[in-house]
Ligand binder design. Sequence first.
Ligand code: C2E
Ligand code: MG
Ligand code: MG
Length: 707
Amino acid sequence: MVRFKRSIYLSVMFSLLTMLSIVLAQAAVDIFTLKRLSAGSTGFERQWVEGAALLGDVAYAAEAFRMDEVEGALALGQPGRNAAAAAATLRRRNVNDDERLYKNLMAANRHGGLAAFDAAWARYMADDAAWRRGPGNGQALPGGRLDTDYAKVSQAITAQVDVHEAAGLRRAAAEARMARGAIRLNIAAALLSVVLAAVTLAAAKHFVLAPLRAIARAMTRLAAGARDIAMPGRNRHDEIGEMATACEVFRLNVLALDRAHEAARQAEEQAQLLARHDALTGLPNRRVFSADLEAAVARAQKGQASYALLLIDLDDFKKVNDIQGHQAGDLVLCAVARRLEAAVRKQDTLARLGGDEFAIITQGGPDFYEHQDQTRRFAARLLGLIRHPIEMGETKAEIGASIGICLFQAGAGDVTSLLRAADIAMYRAKQSGRFTFRFFEQSMDDEMRAREALERDVARAITDGSIKPHYQPLVDIGRGRIRGFEALARWTHPTRGAVPPDEFIPIIEQLGLTGELSSAILRQACRDARNWPDDICVAVNISPFELKDEDFPVRITKILQEEGLAPNRLEVEITESALVSDLPAAKAILNALQANGVTISLDDFGTGYSSLYHLRELKFDKVKIDRSFVQAMRGNAESEKIIDAILGLTCSLHLPTVAEGIEDLPTLRMLTAKGCELGQGYYFGKAIPAEAVDALLARGVEAAPAA
Ligand code: C2E
Ligand code: MG
Ligand code: MG
């Protein structure tokens, strides 16, 4: 559909031109009327007024003629009569002249005729001439016929004057009519102009002012922040439509700007959030924590309050991460974050410092000891919350934590020393068996320094070969024959003496040096075993972390080749925790090792997770019953039943089984009676250095004597 563009400008111009036309037409009519009136008046004046004057002159001359006639009749002498006659002749000429002038003036007017006067005047002149020629030479007073003639002349002039009067009246009536017509026309034009002006005004109000106001209101609302505005007048096709469209475009631009502004604001907010928050858990990060701690230290220095700084480190989180995967680790961290969040107050600071480390700063009252009690209860509550199992799809993760606490008030050290103090307390908690908390005490600082030194030393010990394998015999308990040795890492510290593996292996794991330790122990074990009889095998313990390393079988094979030990003389002991994270990957690694002829033992059987499941899923060559069952067996019917069940199971699966932790003869007898073929424990011997192995092999161990 073709839309015609309307224009307010053209409409206004049309209105104004119409009004102007009316005014001009009105003026033209007025001018025309006035001209006509003026022309009429001039003509009337020339013909009828001058004519009436000439008639007056004619009447006057006729009357003077009559008087001269009378004067001549009354004159006593001839000279008087002659003078009167001469005057009369002059008057008669005047009459004729004036009559001629009148006739000339009125020549074009049909009412200007003087026929009646001419007839009366001719008769009067004839009778006058007769009177002058009559007896008495006209001495007698004129009268009779002459009076009658004169009266008729006078009547004729009066009648003609009446004609002039009638013409004047007609003329006046015509002019009055014309004036009335002009007035009516003027009134009509004025009314039309008023109506037109009113219509124009109403139209301007309705079509121009009201829409303009509506647009102005919409723009005011837009300026005030409203955005959901329907811009009025957009459907119009005139200048207001153009303006409304322009305003709508402006509104859309404002909306786009708003959106861009909002996006920029969100991006900035996000950047702020990222700068201040930990991306995984959403908790404040180390930056926020440091600032808050500094502020707390400043307030504490002023003696305004006492504070508690709690460093929370998850226990065995690294295992979850390495064994169950990073996704599971992330889940655990988020779950712990939410639990901690629920436990802290609004005014406390809770932050994730990184990894599995969280921190809390709480403000206490002025009483330091009361604050200490409160913090103790708070820490215990936190531990309880963290220990609660974490649902992870079909499985659950049970995680613990160690908390180090440092209370500070006026006179406290700086941020670095406080952090170090809390850190030391946290390590003390870890050393104290984990799942616990410790308050910092000055004495811990020295121990911490010692621990740090130990960390340095243990790292050096791996590289310089100070950590060596000792060998504990694995015995055929029925025959009292040594079947092999388990390589157990031993470290003699230059100043501290022997450090137990339970102490240094976790440090090595924390330092991420497990692979290096395993390789060093394995290489040394191979070298040592190479000197033993061929039927004596060597068992090495493998850290869970290594079962995630695809290259692990290649590494082992390479070491076996380099050290010249037959793969069938090597046993690899793995604990169940190593299998939990990625069973298919562990399976592939173990299969590869078995394919090379290496034996795989399931260590510490019964203490791990889903032992039976793992027995079914993986093809183990040997099972080692954890020493806790063996040692509890004597005098504990339940443990004995468990040993019976395990032996029954492994027997039916044709799996050789080693009982760990045999310390005395009664235990050995019980196990022999139950059909257990292999054993290990202090009864046969503790782990001995490589140099002592030959002697032990030569000496042999004691078999179980018959009861
Ligand atoms: P494990 O593999 O179960 O090793 C057996 C542990 O039981 C050894 O402790 C051994 O000394 C101890 N033991 C043996 N017989 C008896 C007994 O009759 N009574 C008692 N009470 N204990 C006995 P150790 O040497 O302290 O090792 C502890 C754990 O450290 C080992 O447990 C093993 O898991 C780990 N470990 C030791 N050496 C290495 C190593 O070279 N690499 C790795 N990754 N782990 C190792
Ligand atoms: Mg072992
Ligand atoms: Mg064991």
